[in-house]
Structure formats: C-alpha cells, structure tokens
Design a binder for this molecule. Structure first.
Ligand code: HEC
Ligand code: HEC
Ligand code: HEC
Length: 421
C-alpha cells in the first residue's frame, strides 16, 4: 500500500513536471532533417578506430545487440522497474537504423536524449552520462557507427507502466535530472567513469523516478536482480582493491585477489577487454582512489575459513558443500592449487544480501563462447530452495565474520523467478 501511494505521488509529481516542461517548450522539440547516408569511405580511418575503442568503453553493443542477433542492430529487452524497454537499431541502415542521421542528430541524441525525429528517448539509454562526452569523442563514435554494416531490424514496442508510455513524460525527467553538457575533468578516469563508461548507471542508487542520487554516487544499487556493490568508501570488499587488481579485474573479468566478475559485470569486463589499455588503467586508478578509504584493509591471513564451527551450525550446508563444491573450492583442491582465490576473498559473501552469491550458485559462471575465463557449473536444477538457503547460510558463516544474512528464502525466491527488484 505504502508503495502504491509513493507511486501515485511520483506520478502526480511527474504530471506536474510535464506541465512545466510543456510550458517551457521542451516537451516536443523538433526533428532534425534526414541526410543522404554518408559514404563509409568519407570517414577518417584513424577516427573510426578510435571510435571502436570508445564503443567498447561505452558498452554500446552490450545493450544494442539482441541475444544471438547482429551487432548493434537492437532488439535487446532491458527490464527496468518501469517496464521493458527495447534498445534500438544503431547500425547505419537508412530505414530502421540511423543511416540518415546527421552528425548533429547523433550529437543531440547523446547529449539531450532525443531521437532524430524529436521524440524523447528513455533514460534506460544512459544519455544522462553520455551527455558529458566531448565533441571529439562523439565525432569518433559517429564515425564508428556510420561505418558498420547496415542491418535491417526494427525493435519491438516497449512495455511500460502508466504514464511512461507517453514519451513527453521524459521531458519532465530531463528538466529535473539531466545535467547537460560535456564534462571538464582533467582526470581521464573520472571522465570515463561518469561519462562514456557510465559505471554509476548500475553502481549508484536511484530515486523513485529512476534518477541516480548524486550524493550517493557509487554507493551500491540493484541492477537486473543483481547487486552492483558500492565502489566508494562503503565498499564491502574483503580485501583492498589496488589499481593493479582493478585493472586486471576490469580487463579480464577475474582478480586472483578477489573473485570473478559475474552477471551484468561480466558483460562490462568483456567489453573493457577490447578497450584501449590506458583508458582501462585510468578507470582502475580512479576507482582505487574512490575505494581507498573503505574498511577493506584486512590482511588476507586474518580472513576466516572455519569449516568446523560453521559446519556444526549448518550441518546440511556443510554436507552439500562437501559433495558439490569442495572439489573446486576447498583448500588443496586442484583449482585452488592454480592460484584461485578462497571464497573468503570474494566480495559477494560480504555483501548485505545473498543475491549475488545465490545467482552464481544457481546460474554458474560461463565465459562467452571462444573466450577463456572462470567456469563454474550451474546448480539451480540440483538444489531445492531449502538446500540453497542452507548452502548460503553455511558459506556466510564459514567464510566471513559478518552476522548471518536475514531472509535468505526471500532472496532464493527472487533469484529463482528472475525478479529485478
Ligand atoms: C544500458 C543500455 C544502453 C547502452 C550501454 C547504450 N545504449 Fe543506446 N539506447 C539504449 C536504449 C534502451 C535505447 C532506446 C531508448 C528509447 O527507445 O527510448 C537507445 C537508443 C540509442 C540511440 C537513439 C536511436 C534512435 O533510433 O532513436 C542512439 C543514437 C544510441 N542509443 C547510441 C548509443 C551509443 C553510441 C552507445 C555507446 C556509447 C549506446 N547507445 C549505449 C540503451 C543503451
Ligand atoms: C550493467 C551494470 C553494471 C555496469 C555498467 C558496471 N557494473 Fe560493476 N558490477 C555490476 C554488478 C552486478 C557487480 C557484482 C558482480 C559480481 O558479484 O560478480 C559489479 C561488480 C563490480 C566490481 C567488483 C567489486 C567487488 O568488490 O567485488 C567492480 C570493481 C566494478 N563492478 C567496477 C565497475 C566499473 C569501474 C564500471 C564502469 C567501467 C562498472 N563496474 C560498470 C554491475 C555493473
Ligand atoms: C568446477 C569447479 C567449481 C565448482 C564445482 C563450484 N565452483 Fe564456485 N566457482 C568456481 C570458479 C572458477 C569461480 C570463480 C572464482 C575463481 O575463479 O576462483 C567460482 C566462484 C564462486 C562464487 C563467487 C564468489 C567468489 O568468491 O568467487 C561462489 C559464491 C561460489 N563459487 C560458490 C560455489 C558453491 C556454493 C559451489 C557448490 C554448490 C560451487 N561454487 C561449486 C568453480 C567452481
């Protein structure tokens, strides 16, 4: 009930803001005229190459490529608390893509969240971050996109809750939350984090209207049912994140001093693997700085691994672990002898909720086809909900000093039904 009232208030606020936006003439901006599709050969090769690196830093293809679909041709469903939004075709197909978009139309979409014909784009497209890009970076991205193979593909219709199917509502959102314009930062890491790489779009908590709460930047947030942990002084990491650890993790999806990147983060690291190395180093240095005052400075040696007492408190969990997990995760197992981190070094067991831990157990870890990476079988079909609860409680007790998780069965249900929270 409380939640309904909040929604109602939010809707009323939005309607008022729409009125304000209409009054200031921002709700229905005009179209930018179509242009003849620019010839791919008209773009400078070096510029296209730089654009490709930037596209990896901005994860363009993660959102704009449907599962099994053509690169950048759109159609991927993004689930948000407001409904499902489909990323569009950004290949240069003249009819269904952006083939007839001028440089100006592209710049406006990235900076103001407006499509070429003037309709508002939903902020599931992180233009609230891309708005910070410099002209030179936008030019390179434009050159890259306009030289991709054109693909004919139309994204399905969005499925959104009232009143958000009315795109004009976004004008109000922009009025309230969009801080437009390129960001003047001398720090390359900060520029990338806040602009192109939009790390806060997952790691910064959002308010009821889905806008990032700026004074809790990188404070940890829910994304697609996963928890993107804090990357600031509140980092729950068990061990300190050095610039080198972060660089290796962001680039390879694995840190021998922490754990593997799973879920939505593994998609980010797959893209960063192909981004310019110095840019990934700049991101790593920036976030190491953000987390430098976090309480993680514990020595590895003091992190617990007390199978005895934890086993007594959770006998069923201990038995399941011995049967299904120990041959990889127990000290002395073949995998551990190859320098893999003990479970106590990973952040998931130290987070406030068991969701990420449960996701990994239920879904396993599967590197992208053709790419080497940490692999763990999925156990979702092997365990009952009660067994998953036992295992999670056992892991938390055995590998951390933290209080037991509350309400594991609820988290198991969330993970089972793919709830995005
Ligand atoms: C987090 C997901 C996400 C990422 C990352 C993302 N986009 Fe998008 N983008 C979307 C969605 C969703 C839409 C459609 C929004 C709508 O229809 O309201 C969109 C729309 C667009 C549009 C407008 C297309 C049109 O037909 O109106 C452009 C241009 C665009 N994206 C370019 C990019 C570029 C360039 C990158 C990488 C730098 C990128 N996007 C990264 C989700 C994303
Ligand atoms: C699409 C959502 C998303 C985006 C974008 C994203 N992250 Fe993450 N990130 C996550 C999730 C979810 C996790 C938890 C994954 C896990 O438990 O393996 C995570 C985990 C991490 C971790 C591990 C933290 C720890 O203590 O274990 C780091 C570091 C990190 N992200 C950095 C970044 C940086 C830097 C960026 C921007 C370049 C970024 N993330 C962008 C979703 C995202
Ligand atoms: C075939 C080997 C294998 C088995 C069996 C296995 N895992 Fe894993 N698990 C991995 C790998 C590989 C990783 C990624 C981290 C790494 O590379 O060390 C991982 C990561 C995890 C993580 C993520 C957090 C972290 O610190 O990396 C959790 C939690 C986890 N495993 C729990 C379990 C549980 C519980 C079981 C038994 C139900 C299990 N695993 C069985 C190989 C395995």
């Amino acid at each position: 009930m409380l939640i309904r009232i909040r929604w109602l208030l939010a809707a009323v606020g939005l309607v008022l803001a729409v009125v304000a936006a209409v009054a200031t003439g921002k709700a229905w901006p005009g179209a930018i005229a179509e242009v003849p599709p620019p010839a791919p050969g008209s773009f400078d090769k070096a510029l296209v190459g730089r654009g490709e690196g930037l596209a990896h830093l901005g994860n363009c293809s993660t959102c704009h490529t449907a599962d099994g679909g053509q690169p950048l041709a759109g159609g991927k469903a993004l689930k948000t608390p407001f409904g499902t939004i489909f990323a569009t075709n950004i290949t240069p197909d003249p009819k269904t893509g952006i083939g007839r978009w001028s440089r100006e139309a592209f710049f406006r979409s990235m900076r103001e969240g407006l499509s070429r014909d003037g309709h508002h784009l939903y902020p599931a497209f992180p233009y609230d971050h891309f708005t910070h890009l410099t002209d030179s970076d936008l030019d390179a991205l434009y050159a890259f996109l306009m030289t991709r193979p054109p693909v004919v593909a139309q994204a399905p219709e969005n499925e959104l809750i009232w009143p958000l199917q009315y795109r004009a509502a976004v004008a109000a959102w922009n009025l309230l939350y969009l801080q437009q314009g390129p960001m003047g930062s001398a720090d390359r890491g900060q520029y990338l984090a806040e602009g192109l790489s939009h790390c806060g779009s997952c790691h910064t908590p959002r308010n009821k209207l889905g806008a990032e709460i700026v004074d809790r930047r990188y404070g940890g947030a829910w994304t697609q049912g996963w928890y993107a942990p804090p990357l600031n002084v509140h980092s729950p990491a068990a061990r300190p994140w050095t610039p080198e650890d972060l660089f290796v993790y962001l680039r390879s999806g694995f840190s021998a001093n922490h754990a593997a990147a799973a879920g939505p983060m593994s998609e980010v690291t797959r893209e960063l693997a192909e981004a310019p190395e110095e840019d990934v180093r700049a991101l790593a240095a920036y976030f190491a700085q953000q987390m430098s005052a976090a309480p993680a400075a514990k020595e590895a040696a003091s992190l617990p691994d007390r199978s005895g007492p934890a086993g007594q408190a959770h006998p069923e969990g201990a038995v399941l672990f011995a049967g299904a997990c120990a041959n990889c995760h127990e000290a002395g197992a073949g995998m551990m002898l190859q320098g893999r981190p003990p479970l106590s070094w990973g952040t998931p067991l130290h987070e406030e909720t068991p969701h990420n831990t449960l996701h990994v157990i239920v879904e396993g870890l599967h590197p992208a086809p053709g790419i080497a990476g940490p692999t763990m079988p999925a156990f979702g079909n092997d365990f009952t909900d009660a067994q998953l609860t036992e295992i999670a409680a056992y892991l938390r007790a055995r590998y951390t000093d933290l209080p037991p998780w509350q309400d594991i069965p609820k988290a198991v249900a969330d993970v089972r039904k793919g709830s995005i929270r």
